[in-house]
Design a protein around this ligand. Structure first.
Ligand code: PRP
Length: 213
């Protein structure tokens, strides 16, 4: 029987994902002791995992190189692609926010604001929905630096604990939306492996319902 391949997002979501799959009876021993390996198998359950960057999870699942992906809603909102989003896993919770130095005010002023972000599509959609025309500047990381160095008036970024904002003297101006990890499935895989993937989705949904408030 062909393995079901699951692409996991490296980093913050990793240990939550492993914990969840272990709880639904998948052997994650290889995944927990990974060394330099890139593919981790549970032969008994015909499951294999790959660990990749969040945006690559979308690419692998969209093209069917992975059947299933675990990825943050932030990445899904930024890069709209074609697959099924099947379960809100409710871990990796955080939110998108507009943040700035405390002297940022007057949203309605005539000045066209500069917004630095790693998420230009999310920022564009948000300001467009408010009817506000802004200039977007793409930054790859440590976006909090941009208003401090005078590069932008504000940022659109993820806030989890709020520590990064606080330690850098920034405040939340407006919340955009909540974020959490999602399970996604390739469209063709869903049809071809209907039973196996359907059972897995049910188990995952049950795990979320019973274990996550
Ligand atoms: C994210 C985000 C914030 C920080 C928020 O960055 O961009 O900088 O986490 O977390 P907090 O509210 O708990 O402080 P990440 O650590 O992913 O790295 P990056 O700055 O390189 O994007």
């Amino acid at each position: 029987m062909k393995n079901i391949r699951i692409a996991l997002t490296k980093g913050r979501l990793e240990k939550f994902s492993i914990n969840m799959f272990e709880n639904i009876g998948i052997d994650c021993t290889e995944l927990k002791d990974k060394g330099r390996k890139l593919i981790f198998k549970d032969d008994k359950n015909n499951i294999e995992f790959v660990l990749v960057k969040s945006t690559d999870v979308l690419t692998y699942v969209e093209y069917g190189a992975a059947d299933i992906g675990i990825v943050g809603k932030d990445t899904l909102l930024e890069q709209e692609k074609n697959f099924y989003e099947v379960v809100d896993l409710k871990f990796g919770r955080c939110s998108f926010n507009v943040a700035a130095l405390p002297d940022y005010k007057n949203y309605t002023s005539l000045k066209r604001k500069r917004i630095a972000t790693k998420y230009p599509n999310v920022a564009r959609n948000f300001f467009r929905s408010k009817g506000e025309d802004v200039e977007l500047i793409k930054i790859e990381g440590s976006v909090e630096l941009a208003p401090i160095l005078g590069l932008s008036d504000a940022i659109v970024d993820i806030v989890e604990t709020g520590t990064t904002l606080k330690e850098n003297g920034l405040i939340i101006i407006e919340k955009i939306c909540d974020i959490s990890a999602r399970m996604i499935v390739n469209r063709a895989s869903m049809k071809i492996n209907k039973n196996k993937i359907g059972t897995l989705i049910e188990k995952v949904q049950k795990y979320v319902d019973e274990n996550v408030k």
